[in-house]
Design a protein around this ligand. Structure first.
Ligand code: PGA
Length: 256
């Protein structure tokens, strides 16, 4: 089954206008394998600047703009929130939804995340749906139960048929920003569980969904992770703020 590989940069609350400029021109010089998409997700105030720089520099195709979050509401009295229409206006194509920091620090529930995925899809944007277990949950052998409880509300909300337009990022919470990456074997086993969970609803669709791994991915470990059968790229935090390192990570991705 042919699947796109995706390398997504999650800048979190980091970055600057000068890093946007540096990243756009840096990314314009990389050679991407066929079937690889790169997505850069800076903070909201920098989205327009990325789009503008991309246009001015004639940024190569297959490099896209994404947001790190969005409101589940279309518009209205939601002070401080950002809508999908706004993201469309600044030429964003992807949105990270349900990142573990949103779930833990801002108490986003799996039901709310499912609503967000629906809103994102109905605006013609692609959600990067994040799921993952905490260290305590892995130790208690609860990983599969937790992942199922994060996936099922989304399946219920949008229907499995709409997963053709969804990207899933598996990020074990204990590996995010800690330097503790899941071993390639452990990551592959969990990705396989996720694909099989989706396959229980629809095998054909499950084969098409790009499954990204996230959590302390860097230039030294990306190749081995991306070589796993069910790992279709990565969601990169810290290492995506260093242009040269991020370029190496992007260049090592291969579409299947
Ligand atoms: P990290 O973050 O690469 O810094 O571990 C990944 C993420 O949170 O998406």
């Amino acid at each position: 089954m042919k699947r796109h590989a995706i390398i997504a940069a999650n800048w979190k609350m980091n970055g600057s206008l000068s890093l946007i400029k540096e990243m756009v021109s840096g990314l314009n010089s990389i050679v991407l394998a066929e079937n690889v998409n790169v997505v850069v997700c800076p903070s909201f105030p920098f989205l327009s600047a990325f789009a503008l720089n991309a246009e001015n520099e004639n940024l190569q195709a297959n490099i896209y703009l994404g947001a790190q979050n969005v409101s589940e509401h279309k518009s209205g009295a939601y002070t401080g929130e950002i809508s999908t229409d706004m993201l469309n206006e600044v030429n964003a194509n992807y949105v990270i939804v349900g990142h573990s920091e949103r779930r833990s620090l801002y108490k986003e529930t799996s039901t709310q995340v499912a609503h967000k995925v629906k809103t994102v899809l109905s605006a013609g944007l692609t959600p990067i749906l994040c799921i993952g277990e905490s260290e305590a949950e892995r130790t208690a052998e609860q990983t599969e139960t937790v992942l199922a409880s994060q996936l099922q509300p989304v399946i219920d909300e949008i229907g499995i048929e709409n997963f053709t337009d969804v990207v899933i990022a598996y990020e074990p919470v204990w590996a995010i920003g800690t330097g503790k990456t899941a071993s390639p074997e452990m990551a592959q086993a969990t990705h396989l569980f996720i694909r099989q969970f989706l396959a229980n609803a629809d095998k054909n669709i499950a084969d098409k969904v790009p499954l990204l791994y996230g959590g302390s991915v860097n230039a030294a470990n990306c190749e081995e992770l991306f070589a796993q059968t069910d790992i279709d790229g990565g969601l990169i935090g810290g290492a995506s703020l260093k242009v040269d390192e991020f370029k190496i990570i992007c260049s090592s991705a291969k579409g299947s």
